[in-house]
Write a protein that binds this ligand. Structure first.
Ligand code: AMP
Length: 431
């Protein structure tokens, strides 16, 4: 099956060809005809499946085919959880729509709003936005959403995880009743099902294989190592195995900063990307990494979510994620589009429970390795885990709720706090 057999118009076909895609991915095969028909869609698909083109191409076609209002109005609204994902979706809209006369713009928080207000005022057909800034601009009456024909919620599960449900509900109230709704989500929690139930009218349901069943191209390995030796082991692996482009995941923003600094000191150029960095810093780090000018990008899960970095050769879990599904998202960054990738996890004694949970989810045992010179101490005792994002959905890995909550800030080094607490008893709690 080719893109032209899916019924896309010539302008879109030539834009797809310019991207170098010859064959539609499974989600594109299913989503494109469904969206072209005009009905609602509920799609279970993760980043890396080609989902963005799956909704962008038919959305552009419907907008180009449909009657245009006399004055340019926002006719399609795409909501994404993160700024990076918004920027990427915006790029895809611009790339695929380059031969059409539709106008699009991306808006998100963390940057000045005036250029966004100016772009809206100049007239737009397609708006790609994160919920917070969109709502701000709507409340300030800079934007009229009453003519939206197509609404896309991209990575809806992550939007709910990030607490955007109230913003989304407010945005929905600003939209016309009659519209086409497309909902993409990697997982189907009860919350997502509730949202889908309210939002979607008789949707076509699409499910493509999860990456944990399709990631055969990813060579996954566990290095057992002591907590304190992780950084040296990582520097050693990067240097000894000549890894040139490495995405490293840490659990906390603080940990990401620290690791990037330490690797840079060891002559491994590294930058951290996370929610506390300014948008300019995040964009600059990502661009340098994509262009091959930055060897290591250290990221937290939320910052890395949805990053479109093609054919990434190496992903490292410096720490295992608290939620097993995030492991699948993380390694989904590598081994894409037919190229082989390596996913390496550095696992210390604290993380054995998390590792078991991951192996249960992906239904296989991961290969365990020990690097000579970095043999773990067989008598090492587990310590409580530093937690950056907090436990979701009541899963707090056995920690007391107050400990899990404290970790939520992402700014405090709770490992130290926990160690002090254990040594010093209750008196050290305020430390
Ligand atoms: P997404 O899941 O939308 O983030 O897309 C994942 C990656 O696959 C992106 O880098 C796209 O550029 C790429 N891609 C999308 N569609 C195709 C296709 N039909 N063939 C090859 N690569 C694609």
């Amino acid at each position: 099956m080719t893109f032209s057999e899916l019924g896309l118009r010539a302008e879109l076909l030539s834009a797809v060809e310019a991207q170098g895609y010859t064959t539609p991915t499974p989600i594109q095969l299913k989503a494109i005809p469904a969206v072209l028909k005009g009905g609602d869609l509920l799609a279970s698909a993760q980043t890396g499946t080609g989902k963005t083109a799956g909704f962008t191409l038919p959305m552009l076609q419907r907008l180009a085919d449909g009657p245009r209002p006399a004055k340019r109005q926002v006719r399609a609204l795409v909501l994404t959880p993160t700024r990076e994902l918004a920027a990427q979706v915006g790029e895809s809209v611009a790339d695929y729509g380059r031969h059409l006369t539709l106008r699009s713009h991306v808006i998100f928080g963390g940057v000045g709003q005036q250029p966004q207000v100016d772009a809206i005022r100049a007239g737009l057909d397609i708006l790609v936005a994160t919920p917070g800034r969109l709502l701000d601009l709507h409340q300030q009456k800079h934007i009229d959403l009453s003519r939206v024909e197509i609404l896309v919620l991209d990575e809806a599960d992550r939007m709910l995880d990030m607490g955007f449900i109230h913003d989304i509900k407010k945005i929905l109230r600003a939209l016309p009743e009659k519209r086409q709704n497309l909902l993409f989500s990697a997982t189907f929690s009860n919350e997502i099902q509730a949202l889908a139930g309210k939002l979607l009218d008789n949707p076509v349901m699409i499910e493509v294989a999860r990456r944990n069943t399709t990631a055969e191209l990813v060579d996954q390995a566990i290095y057992r190592v002591d907590r304190e030796k992780k950084r040296d082991l990582l520097a050693h692996l990067i240097t000894a195995q000549k890894w040139q482009q490495v995405l490293v995941f840490t659990r906390t923003k603080h940990g990401a900063n620290r690791l990037a600094e330490q690797l840079s000191k060891q002559d491994i150029p590294s930058m951290a990307i996370h929610g506390n960095k300014s948008q300019t810093a995040r964009t600059r780090a990502l661009a340098a990494f994509k262009d091959g000018n930055l060897q290591v990008l250290v990221a937290t899960d939320i910052a890395a979510r949805g990053l479109d970095i093609n054919e990434l050769p190496h992903v490292v879990n410096f720490e295992l994620p608290n939620v097993a599904e995030d492991y699948v998202h993380r390694i989904g960054r590598t081994g894409r589009a037919g190229s082989e990738g390596k996913a390496v996890s550095l696992v210390c004694v604290d993380e054995h429970g998390l590792l078991k949970g991951i192996e249960r989810l992906i239904k296989r045992d991961l290969e365990k390795r020990i690097e000579p010179g970095f043999e773990p101490d067989p008598n090492a005792r587990p310590e409580p885990i530093e937690n950056g994002r907090g436990a979701r959905s009541g899963r707090n890995n056995g920690r007391k709720p107050d400990q899990a909550k404290r970790g939520n800030s992402g700014n405090t080094d709770t490992t130290q706090a926990n160690r002090r607490r254990r040594r010093g008893g209750q008196g050290a709690r305020q430390a």
